[in-house]
Design a protein around this ligand. Sequence first.
Ligand SMILES: C[S@@+](CC[C@H](N)C(=O)[O-])C[C@H]1O[C@@H](n2cnc3c(N)ncnc32)[C@H](O)[C@@H]1O
Length: 507
Amino acid sequence: MTLPTNSLLAEADSTRERTNSALDETTRASLGQFMTPGIVAEFMASMFRDLGPEIRLLDAGAGVGSLTAALVHEALGRKPKPRTIEATAYEVDPVMLSGLREVFDTCETVARRAHSRFVGRVVERDFIEEGASFLAPGLSRNGSPPSFNAAIMNPPYRKIGSQSPERLQLRSAGIETSNLYTAFVGLAIRLLKPGGELVAITPRSFCNGPYFRPFRHLLLDEMALLRVHVFESRSRAFRGDAVLQENIIFHARKGARHGKVILSTSVAPGEPVAERSVPYAVVVDPKDTNAFIHLPTSDEDDEMALRMTALPCGLADLGITVSTGRVVDFRAREFLRDDPGPSTVPLIYPAHFNGGFVAWPKAGGRKANALADEDETQALMVPNETYVLTKRFTSKEERRRVVAVVSDPGRFPEGVAQLGIENHVNYFHIDGRGLPKGVAKGLAAYLNSSLVDRYFRQFNGHTQVNATDLRSLRYPNLDTLKAMGKRIGKSFPGQERLDAILEDAIG
Ligand SMILES: C[S@@+](CC[C@H](N)C(=O)[O-])C[C@H]1O[C@@H](n2cnc3c(N)ncnc32)[C@H](O)[C@@H]1O
C-alpha cells in the first residue's frame, strides 16, 4: 500500500530540486547551501527511536524543509501516530522561504488526513543569533527558550573567524567553536530537553580536528551517541551538489547513559547498509583527553585498534615531540629562493619526500629549494640533524594517509648546518634536536605501516594529518623502533616488506 504521505516526500524533493537550481552560487558558498536529497532525508528520519505523542521539532537551517517533511512522513507511518508535530524551522535565505512554506502546507494537509496535527513555524532569522540569545545568561530577549524533544539538521558548513559576530554570540552562550556546522549542532544540543533526540548529517571533520575539541566535549558530555553512519563514497551523498567532504550521519540522545553504539556504513545513499554494534569505549576512549571519535566499521578495524592500543608507548614516553614546520612560505616570501646559493639553507617541502627519505634539492619543481640565511630567518631553522617528517596534507590518490620520510643530514651537501622545514610538513624531534638515526628509520617505517594507516582512518576521515593526530597514536618502544630501523637500508622497502618488518618487531 502506498503511504498517503509519499506525495509529501515527492513534493519536498521536487521543491528542493527547483530551489536548488535557483540558488545564487555566491550565496550557496556563504550560507553553506547543500541540500539533502529525499533519500538521505528519509534515512535520517528513520533513525529516531522514540518520537512520542507530541513532537516538538527543531529544523535549523531548514532550506525548503526536506528534513521536516521526512520526519513527518516517518512519524505518521509509525504506530501509534503522534497527536501533534510542532516544527520550528530557521532559514535566512529568502529564496528558500516560498518552497519552505509550500512544504509546510503539505505537511499540514497530510497530517490532517492522517488524523494528526502539524503546526509549522517558519522563523526568518539567523539561528546562531537567536539560539545564542536564548541561552546566554541575562541576554534572553526572546522570553524563555523553546524546549525541543527532537532536532534534525543538515547544518551549513563554513569557517567562522575568531572575532566574527557569530563567534562572539556563541561565546556568550558558552559555545566555543570555529565552524557554522558545529555551532548549529552545539546550539541544538543545548536547546534539546533531556531525552530529546538529534539526527544530523555533517562533515566528519569534528571527530578528530584539534579545533573541534570543545565541541566534542559538549557533544559527548551532554549526549549519548546511539548511531553513526558513514557514507564510504565522498561525492555520492549529495549527488547534484559538489560536496567532497566525507559525510556522516549521527544520532544521539540528550542525557542518556553511554551504552552500545551502532556503526553503520553504505557506499552511498540507497545502497545496502552494513551495521555493527560496539561498546561506547571503542568509539570514545574514556582516557583520551582529546575525545577523538573512532569509527571502526569492520572486524578488521577492531583488530587494528586492539593491536594499536596494545603498543606500549605514547610519543611523550619516547621523549619525542612532533611539531609543525616553522616556515610559512607566503609569510617568508622575500626569503625564499628557487635554487640553493652561497648564503641559503635547504628548505624542505612535501615535494622533497622521495622513497622514504628527503631528496634535496628538487630541480625544476614548483616549490622553492632554499631559505635565505639571514638574521630574520634564524628562528625559522632547525639544526641539520636526523628528523622524521610527515606530510600534513595527503592527496586522495595517495595510498596512505600518513606519509613519513627520514631527513638524513648525510644526504645534504657538506657544510649544511641548518634546515628550514616548511609549514605543510610536521616533524618529529627531541627538544628541537634530531633523533638517533636508527630510531628515526624505525619510526618512519612504523608511521608508513598499514597498521597506522588503517587505525588512522578510523578517527580521521579527511586528508589532513594534524600533529594532534600523530600525538594520539600509540608507538612501539625505542628498542623496537631501533630494531626496525636496523632492517631499513639505503632505501625503504615496499609496503608488504615494511608491514612484515613491523610484524616481526611487535609480534
Ligand atoms: C546545508 S543547507 C541544508 C538545507 C536543508 N536543511 C536541507 O537539508 O536540505 C543549510 C541551510 O541553512 C541556511 N542557513 C545558513 N546560515 C544560516 C543561519 N545563520 N541561520 C539560519 N539558516 C541559515 C542556508 O540558507 C541553507 O538553506
